[in-house]
Each structure stands twice: as C-alpha cells, then as structure tokens.
Design a protein around this ligand. Sequence first.
Ligand SMILES: NC(=O)c1ccc[n+]([C@@H]2O[C@H](COP(=O)([O-])OP(=O)(O)OC[C@H]3O[C@@H](n4cnc5c(N)ncnc54)[C@H](O)[C@@H]3O)[C@@H](O)[C@H]2O)c1
Length: 400
Amino acid sequence: MESLKFNQKKDNNDTEKESFNINNSILEYSMNRFPFSVNSFPRNYIVSTINNIEDYSALVVKSDFIIIDKNIERLYPLALDIQAYVFRISALENEKNLDTVLRLINKLIDNNISKGSNVIAIGGGIIQDISAAACALFRRGQPFTYLPTTTLGQLDSCVGAKCALNTDKAKNIIGLFSAPKKVIIPLFMISSMPVNEHRAGLSEMLRLCLTASNHALYKYINLLDDVLDSKTINLESYENALRLSLSIKKSVVEFDEYEKDVRRSMNYGHTFGHAIEKLVAFQMPHGLAVLLGIHMSNTFAYYNKIMNETCYLEISEAIEKTLKGINGDFNYLNKLKAENIIEQFKFDKKGDGVSVPLIMIEKPGKMVFYKFNFGSNSQILAKAIQLAIENFVKWTIETK
Ligand SMILES: NC(=O)c1ccc[n+]([C@@H]2O[C@H](COP(=O)([O-])OP(=O)(O)OC[C@H]3O[C@@H](n4cnc5c(N)ncnc54)[C@H](O)[C@@H]3O)[C@@H](O)[C@H]2O)c1
C-alpha cells in the first residue's frame, strides 16, 4: 500500500518540511519537537509536555489560582495543602456562557489576582473556552497557563488562541482571541479519556491532516492502531500524533491567526457539524459531529466531481477506522432530515445572511471554498447528507 512506502521513507527524517496550499497561499509545516513556540499576538507561547503526575503536582503547587474541570480533580486529586484558590467547573456546554465567565472574574477579583499571578486552567475545550474568555476580559488580559486534558484539547484546541461561549440561542456565538502564556500538555491524562470523547479528538486530528497533505493523512492512518484506544495507548506514538497535528495547526494559525482567509480552512466539517450538534441536542461529542460533517462535505464533493472516487474511498476508510469500537447507539442520527441540517446553515456564524461557505477538499492539502446560497437548489447536497448519515451509522455498528 502506498501509505506504508510513503511513511517508511519519511519517518527517518520526520523534521523534513512539507508545503501545502490553502486558497493560493503556500504554507509549510515540519514535525516540531516539544517544546516549540507558536507565534501569536500579544505574545508568543511555548507548547511543552509533562509525562507524569509528579510533574503535574509540582506545577499545580506553584500556582495562585486554579481553574479546573471537576472530573479532572476527581481523577487526579489536587494536593490537600494547596495554597491556590480552586475554581471548579463541570465540563458541560450549558456552563460555557457569560454567567460562568462573570462568576470566574469575580473570584479572580476576590483573590487579588494580578498580571504577576500564576493562573492555570486545567481541562478540555470547555474549560479552555471559559478560562480564556475570562482571562481576556479580566484587566484586559490576565496571563494564564493552559493544561489541555482531553484528546481534542491536546491534539487541536490548545494551539490557536480561540475561545467561544454559548448563549441560549446559539453555540460558540460569542468569541474572542485569547492566547495563553504557556501550554503544557499532561500526556498521561489521555489514558482516562472516555472512548467516544477520545475518538472525537482523533477526528479533529484527521481533519487537520486532511487540510495538509496525503503524507499527513497516511501518517494519521499509520499511527491510528497505536492511539485508537486511550486505555492501552502507546504514548510514544501518541506524542508523534500530537507533533503532527499541532505542527499543522501551528502553521495555519501562524499564517492567519485572526482568520482573515487561510484559517477558514479549519472550518472543514464544522458547518455541518454544528448543525448536527444542535439538532441532536449535543448528544454526540463535538469532534464526532465534525467527523460526520467531514464525511458529508466529502460526499458532496464526490457528487460534484470535485473529489475523485479513490480519494473519497480512502478518506472514508480513515473515517471508518476512527470509529472502530466506538460506544453506544448512533441510530438517532437516522432521524435527522437533510433539509433541517441545511436550514441550520442560516445560523452559522461564518454566513453572510444570504450564503455560507462550505469548506470541501479536492484531495488532502487542496481546499475548496464553496459558497452555498440559501435560496439555491439543494437536492444534491441533501442526497449527500443523507448518504453520509447512513454510512456513518453503519460504520459505528459494523466496526464494533
Ligand atoms: N477554543 C477552541 O479552539 C476550541 C476548539 C475546538 C472545540 N472547542 C470547544 O471545546 C468543547 C469540547 O471540548 P473537549 O472535547 O476538549 O472536551 P470537554 O471539555 O467538553 O470535556 C469532555 C468530557 O471529558 C471529560 N474529561 C476531560 N479530560 C479528561 C480526562 N483526561 N480523562 C477523563 N475525562 C476527561 C470532561 O470532564 C467532560 O466530561 C466544545 O465546547 C467546543 O466548542 C474549542
């Protein structure tokens, strides 16, 4: 198989640079080794890893204010003699709002937190979004260190400086850019990730690899067996997965941190994904909704002859493999109606009132920005959505 040949040749020198194109811009990534720096505004930040609970405890003990996911505290208890104030959050979408941010800011005030204080946020994307929003607003920029604990947080969201909050009406509709002072990835915490949440994170990595190149896709496929199960994960392979995924993300956000153009590619699968999440009342993790969204986008690209059959089947196989052994019953997805998904596009924050950009790929590394007009004929799109749902549900059953 081409993938193995490709990988063997490249793995001997995995710091080699690779170029890819997004919207006529040429980007470059190489497999960065930890620690590496991300160029950002107002300051660059270093991304590093820690591998054990002792290093984690040493870090936590030095902090003045801890924002933590309640589940993480339960799984990895904080030392009893900790001096810092601990702000605990349940990692739930309905906590990701301005009320929580305001409560957090008031606690920062009560605890005399200033720019020199050591604030750390520990958790997945929900804790990142709340903490980064509060820290951006508090004193016009409170420095904070972020410790991503979820697969998604580690493989994707910890680089990029975005944060978003929900309102009752829309998810992620309130948004800011808020870069942390440092990112420190506690690798060992990955082993406690629940199956479906872990796959959701791997799905975001697959999205990043598809943005970059065939080579990145093959690397993903080759790493997958080693990292698919969080309980028995091979940490060396997982670190390589992080290097690959975060190196691609770094190259995109350094090129276009504020999403003027190129960074829109990161939205691949998301317009569909957000619509699905909303319609199933957030029953499925965000990353899995994006994975289904990617398959919808690819199926639409295939129907429109933008993507060829070989490429379509190869990526479909990678999606199927990412779902292998997943928990639960996804049959509720069969109740989704394509027209309701398309209707939701009107609420997508990337839309301009009359259209929404649907991000597709022709092949890995070649993005297509397709403008979907709300009034246009959507029969082919509806057919693609319906087929993608059928495949996705079938794969969640067949691969058990
Ligand atoms: N800011 C960004 O750039 C960005 C990017 C993507 C997604 N997001 C947002 O992130 C959120 C999703 O975040 P997420 O997928 O990282 O997860 P999450 O924060 O929603 O957590 C998911 C679940 O995993 C648990 N958990 C966290 N770490 C764990 C660990 N090590 N072991 C066991 N359980 C653990 C949590 O308690 C929770 O139950 C969404 O709200 C999404 O919109 C933000």
